[in-house]
Design a protein around this ligand. Structure first.
Ligand code: NAD
Length: 255
């Protein structure tokens, strides 16, 4: 019996990184999975994870589009009958200090990292509240807990996800919906997003070493480190956990 046996999960940004690792783990633990992305490679990820095409599906979705949320949830319910787990994982980064950041890039980033988490949470509550509840997991970051001089837009978005999650969790708890909402706060995880950050100085190995230095545990995180945290929050093992912030950062914020 898997830890999320028979549950139905929707994971945004599932084409790579933390999203695809989470899709793989939830499938292994018995869930049916819909992974969505703007990147069409997500279709190959779904096929690789489940060659039979019965337990993993890919849908193209831009998470910033409210109409697409309604469509994706409707399709998920029509294929698998319900939705129990939403992982709001899609996200982007922008490296520029507050003086150099542009309003255009700021708004683009907030639309994906914060506005879309609101849209997804709102849509999932509507879908889950009549079917006995569910679990919503929002990807925040250590950058939602501490500041970084080169990540003002990202800091603001992830800080927003952190406190928005608590508001949604309280609303669901007090409404008796049986829906839990929690945030996850990874340190630096070696994914395409962080590979791009590490490459910015022109030497990816030096960039990786500099990021590793920031983590007292002596290594960067892996997508699987975060997938296991999401699995816990998605499963009934965490049935008393809501409005919480789960930090998985190799000691980054403990200093
Ligand atoms: P990634 O760049 O490897 O993957 C992100 C995915 O999101 C991509 O497949 C991308 O196509 C998708 N995406 C981007 N914009 C989208 C949109 N508008 N609609 C749908 N999909 C979209 O990133 P990752 O490192 O796996 O990060 C996943 C999440 O975890 C993000 O929210 C990120 O901010 C957060 N996070 C990552 C780290 C890290 O170190 N990697 C640390 C803390 C938090």
């Amino acid at each position: 019996m898997g830890r999320v046996e028979g549950k139905v999960a929707l994971i945004t940004g599932g084409a790579k990184g933390i999203g695809s690792a989470t899709a793989k783990l939830l499938l292994e633990e018995g869930a049916n999975v819909v992974l969505t992305d703007i990147d069409p490679d997500g279709r190959d990820v779904a096929t690789t994870l489940d060659s039979t095409g019965t337990r993993a599906h890919f849908l193209r979705q831009d998470v910033t589009d409210e109409d697409q949320w309604a469509d994706v949830l409707e399709k998920t319910v029509s294929v698998f009958g319900r939705i129990d787990i939403l992982v709001n994982n899609a996200g982007v980064a922008s490296t520029a200090n507050v003086e150099d950041e542009t309003l255009e890039r700021w708004r683009w980033l907030q639309s994906i990292n914060l506005d879309a988490v609101f849209l997804g949470t709102k849509a999932a509550i509507t879908a889950m509240k009549h079917t006995g509840g569910g679990s919503i997991v929002n990807l925040a970051s250590i950058e939602g807990l501490v500041g970084d001089p080169s990540l003002p837009a990202y800091n603001a978005s992830k800080g927003g996800v952190r406190i928005f999650t608590k508001s949604a969790a309280l609303h669901c708890a007090k409404s008796g919906y049986g829906i839990r909402v929690n945030s996850v706060h990874p340190g630096y995880i070696w994914t395409p997003m962080v590979e791009a950050v590490a490459s910015e100085g022109g030497d990816i190995d030096a960039g990786r070493a500099a990021l590793t230095e920031l983590h007292p545990i002596g290594r960067l995180g892996t997508p699987e480190d975060i997938a296991y945290a999401i699995l816990y929050l998605a499963s009934d093992e965490s049935s008393f956990v809501t409005g919480s912030e789960l930090v998985i950062d190799g000691g980054y914020t403990a200093q």
